[in-house]
Design a binder for this molecule. Structure first.
Ligand SMILES: Cc1ncc(COP(=O)(O)O)c(C=O)c1O
Length: 366
């Protein structure tokens, strides 16, 4: 039987490299940790020694006792975190472009039993605390026909790759406390945001009012494991039931736990995210210097949103490059820990040539 061959370039020259951080491989350290966990037997459903160690390691990392629950996906982390807070008649405030609102197929609504997402505006894809305050004030508490405020969810780093400052997180936290609602943070790219903030994880979460965190790992070197980190420990019990109902109580939990332990050991998560962020910075700077290109948002994590002449985008697509496209001739490029500088430069070169030849084409037409 011949072994399968996995080539770094099976997707074409740079076809999928900036499509998403989900295209990235697994970090060597995490693969190694999986191999190390792969001996003998271990109790199932999280009653094993790796999962116990995971609780201790995350409690050390966050400088307080936390409850940690591995899950398979970021969507599960978000939907089940919010389900542990919100009542079926509850209202969950989020940015109008939030992943839970736009891109998770209604998972949060489904797992809360029908709670309503209330989408709010905010610059640079970040929820504006004053919009939140106003919405909470407008909520008709006690009215049976209106969603009852239960939670606010913010995405760190945001869907546009911007990062909430500590003051901004604190402002959301204060507003939530005043309104007696709880704060969920979608941290699918939490490591990338932490690198930018340059502070310990506790400072960017519970010390600023975050009650529960979707702690991403898969996009940043994990194989298939994210975690829910619970700071407000009253949420841990309902969450444990939700996890089971959602099929997220892994039978072979040790392998999820082993990934997450390795992910934070010796700050691996930050080292991997720093690389991704540095590549995004380089990509953003290179693209911004091209004629007709404008960055839609500051590059503060591992995402670059660039507005580009439409014909040039078409040429990139025709060349086989894949990326998310947004209205208004905007493309989204995502870097990850395994992106090299030369891949970034290759993309910038291709974009430069596409813009030049698109401009040449339109001049021919005049
Ligand atoms: C901000 C954000 N949150 C959550 C998710 C969901 O992660 P998953 O695709 O693993 O369900 C994503 C995935 O792209 C994301 O970008």
């Amino acid at each position: 039987v011949s072994k399968p061959v996995y080539s770094r370039d099976t997707g074409g020259p740079i076809a999928f490299r900036f499509r998403s951080d989900n295209v990235a491989p697994v970090s060597a350290e995490i693969l190694h940790a999986l191999a190390n966990a792969n001996h003998g037997t271990a109790a199932p459903y999280g009653n094993d020694e790796w999962t116990a160690l995971l609780q201790r390691r995350f409690s050390e990392l966050f400088e307080r006792e936390v409850d940690v629950f591995p899950v398979a996906t970021g969507t599960a982390a978000n939907a089940l975190s919010v389900a542990s807070i919100a009542r079926p008649w509850g209202g969950i405030y989020c940015h109008e472009l939030a992943h839970i609102h736009k891109t998770e197929g209604g998972a949060t609504e489904a797992f809360t039993g029908g709670a309503k997402l209330v989408a709010l505006p905010g610059r640079d894809c970040k929820l504006d605390p004053s919009a939140l305050t106003e919405a909470v004030l407008r909520a008709e508490r006690g009215a049976r026909y209106a969603p009852q405020p239960d939670a606010v969810s913010i995405t760190q780093a945001s869907e546009h790759g911007t990062v909430y400052t500590l003051e901004e997180i604190a402002a959301i936290g204060k507003c939530a406390r005043d309104a007696a609602i709880q704060v969920h943070m979608d941290g699918a790219r939490f490591a990338n945001s932490l690198v930018t903030l340059g502070c310990p994880p506790a400072e960017a979460t519970w010390r600023r009012g975050v009650d529960i965190l979707s702690f991403g790992a898969t996009k940043n070197g994990g194989m298939a494991a994210d975690a829910i980190v619970v700071f407000n420990r009253t949420l841990a019990e309902p969450l444990s039931y939700w996890l089971r109902r959602a099929g997220q109580t892994w039978s072979k939990m040790r392998f999820a736990a082993a990934q997450l332990i390795a992910y934070i050991e010796d700050d691996l998560y930050l080292r991997l995210a720093s690389k991704a962020n540095a590549r995004a910075k380089r990509l953003g700077q290179g693209l911004a210097a091209l004629p007709g290109v404008r960055l839609v948002a500051p590059v503060q994590a591992n995402l670059v949103l660039a507005e580009m002449p439409e014909p040039a985008i078409e040429l990139l697509v025709a060349a086989g490059v894949r990326f998310a496209r947004y209205p208004g001739s905007v493309i989204r490029l995502v870097t990850h820990f395994d992106c090299t500088e030369s891949e970034v430069d290759e993309f910038i070169g291709l974009a430069r040539r596409s813009i030049a030849s698109a401009a040449g084409d339109s001049e021919d037409e005049q």
